[in-house]
Design a binder for this molecule. Structure first.
Ligand code: PLP
Length: 434
């Protein structure tokens, strides 16, 4: 009914690909699921127990979140990352996705600056709210970083210079797994300050920086940064739906009231039992630090190994610094691929899936041009529970040996090998043509 009045919003491409892979798998094919970016690790056991204990707690919580959780979150981010915040400026919601949307919904009109590539949901959210979305292009040569020059250029071309400007930054990033150095953050912060931009700093992978050395943006731009995070990635609990936002002191008052108003008229609050469980996760104690240290060690190992293999096969890819993604740029073999009829990132991913069973997500869903041959690989195709157990048996001070690598990451290894072989054929074709 009234279909001509429907908004132009499609289901998230990441979920669709997961469905396609599931279908192929049910027909008996071995599928290497590098498409869907879900943590492979189980949630923190103490949080699981707390969730069970709280299952009967049925009351709505305050819209902003349980006071005891807000306090824990504020302390946690201060102790773990050095972000200076206060429980009054912590917002809890059913997922950080809802918080990103709520912040953008606070403005009737805004120019939203979104890097390309960037996580799939920023652009649809900005557009759904009627904002002007401005892409800030990045390149492999500059490690997919937003440079001061690219940001300045985007600001010069902004459609509504008088409207509020919102920059979305995400590090360590989805889809490229890279971080910003302190001096890069400082340079970007000074442009944001000069242009009074509100920055949505999506740091949901911050605690999964592979060296445990995440540098948050907020200390460089405290007055204009909203940091978002949550349990989905570092605590292996995407389906629990718990996100957090840390607001700047400068936005106390009217802005926060609007956010709480939107929250109260849409999601009301995060699930109360999940908030109680989160109180046990947001605790910077030895148990949590050990849980994170093993995840990072495992992710660093398999992320670097995969990047190295892919580089050797002829793909452009940066070794990852955090999270669990690699962004692959097939530019070196683009001509050979085009000669074989592969002219878009979508075509590339579907041919790859068909030929090898390797599922990646096409670069265009992350804001790249459709004909730029790029794709995201999530290196999460292993059993996180087994991996954590084996890693703990070995201990943090011992390197993973060949037997560990083969046992824990067997399926990832087979998938990366299949992908590399597939690419190498195009690399050979390029060399022959030259
Ligand atoms: N931001 C990024 C970069 C993500 O990759 C994701 C999840 O995939 C989210 C935000 C959403 O997280 P949440 O589960 O907290 O809504």
């Amino acid at each position: 009914m009234f279909t001509e009045y429907l908004r132009a919003v499609e289901p998230s491409q990441t979920l669709l690909l997961n469905e396609q892979s599931r279908l192929l798998e049910s027909s008996g094919r071995e599928i290497f699921k590098f498409g869907f970016g879900q943590s492979p690790f189980p949630p923190l056991p103490a949080a699981v127990q707390a969730l069970k204990d709280a299952a009967s707690h049925k009351a709505y919580s305050p819209v902003q979140g349980l006071p005891q959780l807000r306090e824990k979150v504020a302390h946690f981010h201060r102790d773990a990352e050095g972000i200076d915040t206060h429980p009054d400026r912590v917002l809890i919601a059913p997922g950080s996705k809802s918080l990103l949307f709520t912040v953008m919904a606070a403005y009737t009109t805004a120019d939203v600056f979104i890097p390309a590539p960037a996580w799939v949901s920023y652009m649809p959210q900005a557009k759904m709210l009627g904002h002007a979305a401005v892409k800030v292009p990045t390149t492999y040569a500059k490690r997919w970083r937003v440079t001061p020059e690219a940001l300045e250029a985007a600001l010069r071309s902004r459609p509504n210079p008088k409207a509020p400007g919102i920059l979305i930054l995400n590090h360590p990033g989805n889809p490229e797994g890279l971080s910003y150095t302190p001096s890069q953050l400082e340079a970007l912060a000074s442009i944001c300050r000069a242009h009074k931009l509100l920055v949505l700093s999506d740091e949901i992978y911050g605690l999964l920086n592979h060296d445990g050395k995440h540098t948050p943006l907020a200390p460089f731009y405290p007055e204009g940064t909203i940091t978002t995070g949550g349990l989905s990635k570092w605590c292996g609990a995407g389906g629990w739906r718990l996100g957090i936002a840390l607001l700047p002191e400068a936005l106390d008052g009217a802005f926060k009231e609007v956010l709480l108003g939107i929250a109260s008229e849409t999601y009301s609050c995060a699930p109360a039992p999940v908030q109680e469980a989160a109180c046990h996760a947001y605790h910077w104690n030895a148990q949590v630090q050990d849980y994170l240290a093993h995840q990072r060690k495992l992710l660093k190992h398999i992320g670097n190994w995969s990047a190295q293999q892919l580089q050797q096969s002829g793909v452009h890819v940066c070794p990852p610094e955090g999270g669990f993604y690699l962004f692959l740029d097939f530019a070196p073999v683009a001509e050979a691929m085009q000669a074989a009829g592969i002219t878009t990132s979508q075509a590339l991913c579907s041919k790859l899936l068909q030929d090898t069973g390797v599922a990646l997500l096409p670069g265009h869903v992350f804001g790249m041009e459709p004909e730029q041959l790029s794709a995201r690989l999530a290196y999460v195709e292993f059993d996180g529970e087994v991996a954590l157990k084996r890693s703990r048996e070995l201990g943090l001070d011992h390197a993973y040996g060949a037997a560990f690598h083969d046992e824990v990451f067997g399926k990832t290894i087979r998938g990366i090998d299949a992908l590399c072989e597939w690419v190498a054929a195009f690399t050979r074709a390029s060399a022959n043509a030259a």
